[in-house]
Structure formats: C-alpha cells, structure tokens
Design a protein around this ligand. Structure first.
Ligand code: SF4
Length: 72
C-alpha cells in the first residue's frame, strides 16, 4: 500500500526529475510502498521534530546529492 503522503511528499514533488528513474522506482518500491516505509526518515523527522523535513531529505536519510546520511 502506497504511503498516504506520497501525493504531497515534498521530496518527490520537487526532485522527481533530478534523480534517475531507477532510483525513483527503487525508493518508492522500498520505502513508499515497501517494507521500509515505517523507517522512512522523512516520516521520522516529522514525528520526532514536529516539523516538516527539508525537501532535500530522501527517505533513506541522505540529502539529495550527498553521499553521507544526515538523519538516522
Ligand atoms: S518519502 Fe516517506 S513520507 Fe514521502 S511518500 Fe515516501 S514513505 Fe511517505
């Protein structure tokens, strides 16, 4: 089942065209509609910090264009 936030997810709305189709499909398959959805760092950020995560934060905790995880 697809994450209820997918249609409005700021990361995908903003950066869909800045990542490869392969990465796009992989992130959706593993996080947004996959087993890792409960571990999505965008959701955890929202829950823990009570604020929206940066648009640049991927569901895996990396910032777009970064090779290091910024949120765990
Ligand atoms: S990135 Fe996270 S919050 Fe956004 S649609 Fe996917 S699972 Fe939901």
């Amino acid at each position: 089942m697809l994450c209820e936030r997918f249609a409005t997810c700021a990361f995908f709305k903003t950066y869909k065209n800045d990542i490869s189709n392969r990465q796009y499909e992989f992130l959706i398959a593993t996080y947004c509609e996959g087993d890792l959805r409960p571990q999505c760092k965008r959701m955890k950020w929202r829950q823990n910090k009570k604020e929206e995560p940066p648009e640049t934060l991927l569901p895996n905790g990396y910032l777009i264009g970064s090779i290091s995880r910024v949120y765990d």
